[in-house]
Write a protein that binds this ligand. Sequence first.
Ligand code: G3I
Length: 377
Amino acid sequence: MKTQTAVKSAVLVGFMAIGLAMPAQTPTSLKHAYQGCFLVGAALNASQFTGATPRNFALITTQFNSISPENVLKWEVVHPKPETYDFSLADKYVEFGQTNHMFVIGHNLVWHAQTPKWVFEDEKGNPLSREALLKRMRDHIHTVVGRYKGRINGWDVVNEALNEDGTLRQSPWMKIIGDDYIEKAFEYAHEADPKAELYYNDYSLENEAKRKGALDLVKKLKAKGVPINGVGLQDHVHMDWPTADQIDNTISEFGKLGMNVMITELDIDVLPQATPSQTADVSLNIAADPKLNPYPNGLPESVQQQLANRYADLFAAYAKHCGLVTRVTLWGVTDADSWKNDWPVKGRTNYPLLFDRGAQPKPAFKAVIQAAPRKTS
Ligand code: G3I
């Protein structure tokens, strides 16, 4: 199995003329700019890795050395019915990553969302017993992780188990199994592929209460000898949250516990906030309102520049921890693909990523490249 370090050193240096005026020595790919610091990844949807001419193929392979599956490895897709597994899309995703020598992420194994209702019920529709749900979880993890043993390099084993106040979310997993469902998930994943990296992944971990909850959780898991390698900070962020200090402290605190830290789902929301807190709770659905969608025909230059500055600041904050931060993954490739166009308000025009709707690099792309640590030779 490739480790993140091995992948870093094996990465082919990719240069691409993409229409930005940069000095001759400046790398023009994200993965090259941050080589030796961290991997740079993107979440892909099925249209990007299936078919004879995958959408934005050259852009993806030139810019990124890691991929995450936006949806195709979630329970509802790979295991829609008790006796039915469907790996048709997941197989293509993994093949795409392997063919292009990328560090392939599995997302995710145990989550409260995009998990069918039947998972938690018996054939009569009654809640499953603890033992039956543990068996179902183990079977699922062994089947999915086992299928991609040695090919998926790291797994988001448990996703979003915490509430904003740092307590454990009362998900069906928690209610039926109890709080040890988390350690069991990691144990099963480790049994299925002992060499895969295993992560806890969540949003808003920069906020103090939730961060404390996650730190306590990791401490507890480590004390019990649970095989956990890293923590994923999703980083669905805003222009003014989190601060560089919050990011810095969060990365350092998890580092002190011996965790690798990954930024797993980065995007920056430039639209007016429709919710009071910094959540990424997928169940939110807020009514459309033109005031919440101010840039339907394009982003004003001034905001474009603010976005570029914000991206540069974030990457500088991550790069301060080169090596401890092992990967930064953007949640999508172009603005057209982003879930942020439909959440938490459907049908908005958002601009959260580094490539525009025509797959052209935005000023933020250049800013990220320029924020990379300079190599001394
Ligand atoms: O599966 C149906 C499909 O059958 C139907 O044809 C299609 C038409 O609308 O909808 C499909 O479901 C959509 C699904 O994505 C697959 O495309 C859902 O409506 C849509 O809500 C779902 O959104 C995904 C969301 O997770 C749901 O939980 C986003 O694409 C995905 O980016 C997002 O990713 C999550 C991470 O996994 C965890 N962290 C937060 C992050 C952002 O919410």
